[in-house]
Design a protein around this ligand. Structure first.
Ligand code: NAD
Length: 486
């Protein structure tokens, strides 16, 4: 069995406290790795290493040298593509084609794109008049924020972690990463990449462990951490925000969602069914941008529900490496219990179960895995808990609507505000609705189409701040103004 260690100052090290925990496969519940849990002393060492790198070789590099190194990281990830695919599949149990086409290539892209951004984005300059008539010139310079604490989740571990590490390093910071306890593999593997391309020691550090009273909390409370970027549940974000308030550290939060999909009767029907199917069930519904509330205009409601049911019932369960499979398990038994509790609650609250609602019959060798059926409900009021709360599973509630105003109100009646997907062939209406839905990201006639230069983040309780393109520079650097009297 594999032992996964912390990565501190360029070296893999066992935790100083000697504690370990196990990682089980979502597919069959076998223990696949033991992980050394970082204690306070390990987090101290990681933060010290990150500070030393900042004040040492890394801090002394030119922008061009840094950019070249990050291109090297992207190339090395691509060279070791199969290792990353295997590591991520082991942790998440998701089909290999999702890893190959989305999650791992995006990990490499996260280093390339932000290397390009820092190379090309100018800073501001203002000339001003002065009483003596000679004037003054103001110009901004960007400086790294320092040591960045990166706390990431398990649902697309490598993509989401590098989405933060890429821009943080491009901007000249150093990082201490705490990956989810459910997905320790790829963050650890990235340490090998950093060493082999010559990223100076201490620039990239990984502390493994849990949140409360473990590596996550030790890192977010650490006075040596200058800013914290976090992706995960809204509740966890609140705890981290409290920790960050000591020392006035800046935070960037990408949090939960309860996203609405809106389908008008004039939509390209097949494209809309396909789009909503993907947004509800890709990655077994474990996508923050996924759709758990679907609103369909009444004239096509019955037909739409029937078509989505057909698609949901056609998923092929299987191991990630099984090419015929297109649907994986949930991340863990614990998460399965949570999702199953919502499946029961939906029935208690009076839902019509269109399809699913339980566990699939799996062959004996997969019977212990975290499998649940894709599930569709109708007939619930908007007050029902499965319509209000983020489940983070392969399920959605579908409700008919009769007007544009009504559906905008329904979509906005939530504490969350991450994303929405709108399906219509009426261009004017598409723009109108997009401007009125209170979310950070709207897709029209598409879903999860990502240009990494665009602003990414949530409204309301779905996040604080924006990352992506120049927006990442706002968080990962500090702009200093220099005023020169001429
Ligand atoms: P989580 O909040 O349980 O855990 C996320 C990370 O925080 C983990 O590494 C965990 O160990 C750590 N953590 C937990 N408690 C902590 C504490 N008190 N202090 C410091 N660290 C702590 O989230 P999860 O279950 O891993 O991920 C699923 C959630 O993430 C969903 O809510 C989903 O919507 C959200 N998510 C959001 C986005 C986005 O971009 N907005 C993307 C992906 C996932």
């Amino acid at each position: 069995m594999r032992l996964i260690e912390n990565f501190i100052g360029g070296e893999y090290t066992a935790g100083q406290g000697g504690k370990t925990f196990e990682k089980r496969s979502p597919v069959d519940n076998r223990v696949i790795a033991r992980i050394t849990e970082a204690g306070q002393a390990d987090v101290d060492a990681a933060v010290r290493a990150a500070r030393a790198a900042l004040e040492g070789e890394w801090g002394g590099l030119t922008l061009e040298q840094r950019v070249d190194l990050l291109y090297g990281v992207a190339d090395e990830i691509t060279r070791r593509f199969e290792d990353f695919v295997a590591a991520e599949m082991a942790d998440t149990g998701q089909p290999s084609h999702v890893m190959r086409h989305v999650f791992i290539p995006r990990g490499a892209a996260n280093f390339k794109v932000f290397a390009d951004v820092v190379k090309n984005v100018p800073t501001e300059a203002f000339q001003m008049a002065t009483p003596d008539g000679r004037g003054a010139l103001n110009y901004g310079i960007r400086v790294p924020k320092g040591v960045i604490g990166v706390i990431s989740p398990w649902n697309a571990p490598f993509l989401l972690m590098t989405w933060k590490v890429g821009p943080a390093l491009a901007c000249g910071n150093t990082v201490v990463v705490k990956p989810s306890e459910e997905s320790p593999h790829t963050a650890a593997l990235l340490g090998e990449v950093m060493n082999s391309v010559g990223i100076p020691k201490g620039v990239y550090n990984v502390v493994q462990g849990f949140g409360p009273d473990s590596a996550g909390e030790f890192l977010t409370r650490h006075p040596g951490v200058d800013a914290i970027t976090f992706t995960g549940e809204t509740r966890t974000g609140a705890a981290i925000m409290k920790a960050a308030s000591d020392g006035m550290r800046d935070v960037s939060f990408e949090l939960g969602g309860k996203n609405a999909g809106i389908v008008f009767a004039d939509a390209d029907f097949d494209a809309a069914v396909d789009g909503i199917f993907r947004s509800a069930f890709l990655n077994t519904g474990q996508v923050c941008l996924g759709t758990e509330r679907v609103y369909v205009e009444r004239p096509i409601f019955e037909r739409f529900v029937a078509a989505l049911k057909t698609r949901a019932e056609a998923v092929k369960y299987g191991r990630p490496e099984d090419h015929a499979a297109n649907y994986g398990p949930l991340i863990s038994q614990e998460h399965k219990q949570k999702v199953m509790s919502y499946y029961r609650k939906a029935v208690e609250e009076g839902a019509t179960v269109v399809t699913g609602g339980g566990e699939p019959a799996m062959p004996a060798e997969l019977a212990e895995g975290a499998w649940v059926q894709p599930t569709i409900w109708t007939g619930l009021p908007e007050t029902a808990s499965v319509v209000r709360e983020e489940i983070f599973g392969p399920c959605c509630h579908i409700r008919p609507f009769d007007s544009e105003d009504e559906v905008v109100k329904l979509a906005n009646a939530t504490d969350y505000g991450l994303s929405t997907t709108v399906w219509t062939t009426n261009l004017a209406r598409a723009h109108r609705v997009a401007a009125r839905v209170e979310v950070g990201i709207t897709w029209i006639n598409s879903w999860f189409l990502r240009d990494l230069r665009t602003a990414f983040g949530g409204s309301k309780q779905s996040g604080i701040g924006r990352e992506g393109g120049v927006h990442s520079l706002e968080f990962y650097t500090e702009t200093r103004n220099i005023c020169v009297k001429l």
